[in-house]
Design a protein around this ligand. Sequence first.
Ligand code: AMP
Ligand code: GLY
Length: 423
Amino acid sequence: MRIIVLGSGGREHSIIWKLSLDKRVKEIISFGENYGISNLSKMISIDQSNLNKVVQKIISLKPDLVIVGPEEPLSNGIINILSQNNIKSFGPTKEAARIESSKVFSKKLMIENSIPTAFAEFFEDFNKAKKYCLTKGYENIVIKADGLAAGKGVFLPNSEKEMIKILDDLLIKNKLGKSGRSILIEDRIFGKEVSVFCFTDGTNYSKPIAICDYKRVFENELGPNTGGMGCYTPPEFWSEKLEKNILEKIIEPTINAMKEKKSTFKGMLYTGLMITDQGPKVIEYNCRFGDPECELIMPMFKGNILDTFIQVANSNLKESSVEWKNQKGVCVVICSEGYPEKYKKEIEISGIDRLEENIICFHSGTKIKNKKIVSNGGRVLVLANIDDSIKNCRDNIYSEIKKISFEKSFYRKDIALRALEND
Ligand code: AMP
Ligand code: GLY
């Protein structure tokens, strides 16, 4: 089989790594630049932001299956175009991807279908939004831009002044462009956060995997939000009862509601939840694998994943095709100094070849320059480990991570620390 994987970060490296373990996969092709991926697939240099170019290239390569990693091509309709060209693909259509690309769409979906979520009002007018926020109080609200904002569209103001500045930036100065012209003002809710990942073909869905991630750049939840600094599975508070409740009250109604809206969702449904005193509530949906969550999903997946991708694409997902290892997993992201703001690139990396075999090293942003491995992004490497306890995973990663060195790199040292209590 010839498979194309779109995207060139750590998430896609992990998908390609998993596929490469399957003998039936004869050829994997990907686009862009990533040293880790280039060891497992043929990489074609192409501007991935140019949807037309990407589609033309894919069509010319006649793949048996295309797997789309990032949200942008999904929300721009790549699956629709591939399907018009009779190319089998894994991922939601443009209409279904609205579950992530429009927070107004997804909030309305939840309200109309009684899916538990935080109360919200919608605004486009600055004065009306300001009046509403002042009545509510800055500490009780979350401001969300409607559209995609690369993880930068959700604001939890720390003061009244900051709250008004956020509204001004979005609705008057249009700092997020089209994405922020329409906003949601949501009640702030409290509890334990967890992300739940389910494969779905639009009707059937798999057993989920639950993962907790760390969004803030520094330990003790300090510093700005990032794409994710690490994650672990399962959460210390996870139980069969909670899983059943989430599947019945949230996942299944979501999949059914999307189907009823003629926006059948096929692919990986990623639901961000807050487990509140009143039960689980949806914070957001994403229409794809998370990054770095995917770097745990792939190693935790039992057996070959190819059948699952094909079954989802063919709308005949069998529950038995998805089983998760009865183990625990931790992954830690190594970043360049300055991330998530400005950072340097092309810094030489050493030590990858000295890692123990049980550590899986996924590359988020690396390339080769003058025959040396160098950094090529803010998030550079992700070390993942699967073992019988969170303690072992942490010990394995944190003892090996010291072997990796590049100038001024950093990583969080507290990933999964809180899960040790119930290990
Ligand atoms: P998102 O980009 O939607 O994942 O949101 C970023 C973060 O904002 C989430 O991980 C939560 O920690 C927080 N958040 C989003 N919505 C709410 C809410 N309604 N109440 C409290 N925290 C929230
Ligand atoms: N790690 C969060 C995300 O992929 O959206």
